[in-house]
Design a binder for this molecule. Structure first.
Ligand SMILES: Cc1ncc(COP(=O)(O)O)c(C=O)c1O
Length: 371
C-alpha cells in the first residue's frame, strides 16, 4: 500500500516552482542587461555577505569546495603540511586541503558530534600548519576552544562553514573566527541558488587579494594579472537570485528553528533516539539547522519504515566519515565517528514542509518504535 502523504527529503522542483514568477523576472531582468559575469549583482551579493557575517571581505566563487581550496592556497600550504579536520564532515573539507597541496588529518568528534578540540590538540605534530573545523548542520563549533589551540600552536584556521551561514557562537558568525571560511549556496543549502555557488570570507587583506586572483585567472581587482589563477567566479545570475533570497533569510532561519523545536518537542522522550541540540534562545549557540541529523537505534529499519510512509530521509555522505574512505589512503580507526555513521539519519528540514508534515514524520517515528 502506498502512503497517502509524501514528505520528500528535499523537493528540488519547488525551489523553482514556489517562486516561478519572481525567479523568471530575475532571469529576464539580468538577461536584458546582458549581465552574466562579474556584474553589479555579484558585487552587491559580496557586500551583503560581508556585511551580514561581519567579515571584512567576501568573494563569490563557483562553490564552497573552491573557496576552501583558495583559503588554503592563500595561506600557502606546502607538500607535507598537515591540516587537522573532523572526520564527520563532507569529503570536500579534506579534498580542498589535498588540492591545495597539503595532507588532511581526520580526527574524532566530541559529545556534540562536531570536531573534538582535545582530539585536535592530540593530533598536532611538527608538520601541522592548520585546522579546518566544520560548522556542521548549521551549528558552530566551540570556536573559543579551537582558536585557543590555534593561537597556542600558531596554526592557520580555515572554517568549513559551508552549512552554517547565519549560525553564531557567542554572538559571532560562523566563518569569522579563523583566517578564512567558505559558504556553500548549493540548491539545498539554507541559502540556495539554482545551481552550484559558493562564497569565501576573510578578515585578512592578504588572503582576500590572493584568493581574488586565484578565482579570476590571476587578475587583481583592477584586472591586472598578478599570478597564476583559474576561473571559479560566482555567476552573476546566481548572485542576483541569491540577493533576492537574502531578503527573506531571517524568516527562513526562524522557520527552520521552529521545525527543529517541533521535532524536539515530539521526539525527545523516545529513548531510542539522540536528537541534535534544541534551538534555545540566548545560549552560546545560535543554530540555523541546515540539517536535522539525529542518531537512532535500528537506523536502517527506521529509514525503510519512513520510506514506506512516503517520508524521505538521508544518510549523509554515503554513511562514511572522511577517514573511512580507505581508497583515498586513510588507514586509521575513529570509533566515535564510525559509531555515529552507523546510527545517523537526517529528517526532512526545509521551507517546503508544513507543520502537518512534521507531525506526520514524528507520528511515523513513534509508531516505528512502538512496534
Ligand atoms: C560541510 C560541507 N563542506 C563543503 C561542502 C562543499 O560545498 P560545495 O558543494 O558548494 O562545493 C559541502 C556541501 O554540501 C558541505 O556540506
Amino acid at each position: 500500500m502506498s502512503a497517502t502523504r509524501k514528505v520528500p527529503f528535499f523537493d528540488y522542483p519547488r525551489l523553482f516552482n514556489d517562486d516561478r514568477e519572481g525567479l523568471l523576472n530575475i532571469v529576464e531582468e539580468v538577461g536584458k542587461r546582458g549581465a552574466y559575469i562579474m556584474q553589479s549583482d555579484l558585487v552587491d551579493f559580496e557586500s551583503q555577505l560581508a556585511k551580514y557575517t561581519g567579515a571584512q571581505f567576501a568573494i563569490g566563487v563557483g562553490n564552497a569546495t573552491d573557496a576552501l581550496e583558495f583559503g588554503w592556497m592563500s595561506i600557502g600550504l606546502k607538500p607535507g603540511d598537515e591540516v587537522i579536520l573532523c572526520s564527520h564532515t563532507m569529503l570536500a573539507t579534506a579534498s580542498a586541503v589535498v588540492t591545495a597541496g597539503g595532507t588532511p588529518i581526520p580526527v574524532e568528534i566530541g559529545e556534540d558530534c562536531l570536531i573534538d578540540p582535545q582530539a585536535v590538540e592530540a593530533a598536532i605534530t611538527p608538520r601541522t600548519v592548520g585546522i579546518s573545523p566544520t560548522q556542521l548542520n548549521g551549528r558552530t563549533c566551540d570556536m573559543d576552544a579551537i582558536m585557543k589551540i590555534a593561537d597556542k600552536h600558531k596554526l592557520a584556521v580555515v572554517e568549513d562553514s559551508a552549512q552554517a551561514l547565519g549560525s553564531r557562537f557567542r554572538g559571532k558568525h560562523a566563518g569569522t573566527f579563523g583566517d578564512a571560511a567558505c559558504f556553500s549556496f548549493f540548491p539545498a543549502k539554507v541559502l540556495g541558488a539554482l545551481g552550484d555557488a559558493g562564497g569565501l570570507i576573510t578578515n585578512r587583506k592578504d588572503i582576500y587579494e590572493r584568493a581574488y586572483q586565484l578565482h579570476d585567472h590571476g587578475r587583481d581587482t583592477q584586472g591586472q594579472i598578478r599570478s597564476w589563477g583559474r576561473n571559479s567566479r560566482l555567476d552573476n545570475m546566481q548572485a542576483a537570485i541569491l540577493n533576492k533570497k537574502f531578503e527573506t533569510y531571517q524568516h527562513v532561519i526562524n522557520r527552520r528553528r521552529e521545525i527543529a523545536g517541533m521535532y524536539e518537542e515530539q521526539l525527545h522522550e523516545l529513548e531510542q533516539l539522540q536528537l541534535p541540540p534544541a534551538p534555545v534562545e540566548n545560549s552560546d549557540h545560535f543554530d540555523v539547522y541546515q540539517n536535522y541529523e539525529l542518531q537512532a537505534d535500528n537506523r536502517d529499519e527506521l529509514k525503510t519504515h519512513l520510506a514506506a510512509q512516503g517520508i524521505g530521509t538521508l544518510i549523509q555522505w554515503s554513511g562514511k566519515g572522511v577517514h573511512q574512505w580507505e581508497g583515498l589512503g586513510f588507514n586509521q580507526r575513529l570509533p566515535k565517528v564510525e559509531r555515529f555513521f552507523e546510527r545517523c539519519i537526517m529528517l526532512p528540514m526545509n521551507m517546503f514542509i508544513s507543520n502537518d508534515d512534521v507531525n506526520y514524520v514524528c507520528d511515523s517515528i513513534k509508531s516505528f518504535y512502538k512496534h
